[in-house]
Write a protein that binds this ligand. Structure first.
Ligand code: AMP
Length: 281
């Protein structure tokens, strides 16, 4: 497995793979890899003979009061995991390599990026789009893999890739969960034992709401209310950031629940902000 710390090194590795006729897959991550990340890597391995994983905690996507400095970093375990999952190259640049001179160009999908998580994390998705566009240009993969846990991120990146004609395919993989339903996340490490006990309530509330919608298509406001009540009973230690029912393509709020809808929520447990979503067909 190649460990590339510079843009030049990863480009050389990918160029060699491409000249050998290999399809190249990219899995962008911020490290602290868990089974959710490895499911993306495994999906990439099934489709691409050459899989690159990027590990970069991107300062551009963290707000000033967010957890950039304490974001978990487990680089040795990550490299061992990548090796075990058949990754061909890990690209792990430092901030200097990625932003050697301040990046003046910002890529944004303003409408999709301002709702849901964008409302409480201003600038977050511009940071994500900018780093993902850089990674696409640096690695030049044929396919890039993202997780449905970050549904809004996938919608924004798809749109960016389409709008800017990146010559690659975007693959979205299902959310991997703990046995009790909690979506795996590097930020789950911040949860106290008591918060961890309450956190599965997010998934329970989403599943309950999906069943309710499928059964009787109630108005969106009523479903939101049911979710908030469930969370206040089962996760009293959590502070709801948002619960929204939106159109899955436009991410705009809906009032009726008779078409395809996405139910998305974010809840803060102390310093951990957890997100989850469910698509209701
Ligand atoms: P992160 O390291 O948190 O930036 O995540 C890197 C990629 O892994 C993103 O595309 C995430 O959506 C994806 N991911 C994170 N957690 C999960 C999960 N539990 N299941 C599936 N994909 C995930």
């Amino acid at each position: 497995m190649i460990v590339a710390r510079t843009i030049q090194e990863i480009r050389a590795a990918v160029a060699a793979a491409k000249s050998a006729g290999h399809v190249v897959g990219l899995v962008p991550t911020m490290g602290a890899l868990h089974a959710g990340h490895y499911s993306l890597i495994d999906a990439a391995r099934r489709q691409c003979p050459f899989v690159a994983v990027s590990i970069f905690v991107n300062p551009l996507q963290f707000g000033p009061a967010e957890d950039l400095a304490r974001y978990p970093r487990t680089i040795e375990a990550d490299l061992a995991g990548c090796m075990a999952h058949g990754v061909a190259a890990v690209f792990m640049p430092d901030v200097q390599e990625m932003y050697g001179r301040p990046c003046r160009t910002v890529i944004e999908v303003p409408d999709l990026g301002r709702m849901l998580c964008g409302a409480s994390r201003p600038g977050h998705f511009a940071g994500v789009c900018t780093v993902v566009a850089k990674l696409f240009n640096i690695v030049q993969p044929d396919v890039a893999y993202f997780g449905a846990k970050d549904f809004q991120q996938t919608a924004i990146i798809r749109r960016m890739a389409d709008d800017l004609n990146f010559p690659l395919a975007i693959a979205v993989c299902p959310t991997v969960r703990e046995p009790d339903g909690l979506a795996m996340s590097s930020r789950n490490a911040y949860l106290t034992a008591q918060q961890r006990k309450q956190a599965p309530a997010l998934r329970q509330a989403l599943v309950m709401a999906a069943v309710l919608i499928t059964a009787c298509r109630p108005p969106a406001g009523m479903v939101v209310e049911t979710i908030i009540q469930h969370l206040s009973k089962r996760a009293p230690g959590g502070v709801v950031d948002y619960v929204e029912i939106v159109d899955p393509r436009e991410l705009s709020p809906v009032e009726k629940t008779d078409g395809n809808v996405l139910i998305a929520l974010a809840v803060r447990f102390g310093r951990a902000r957890l997100i989850d979503n469910i698509l209701v067909d």
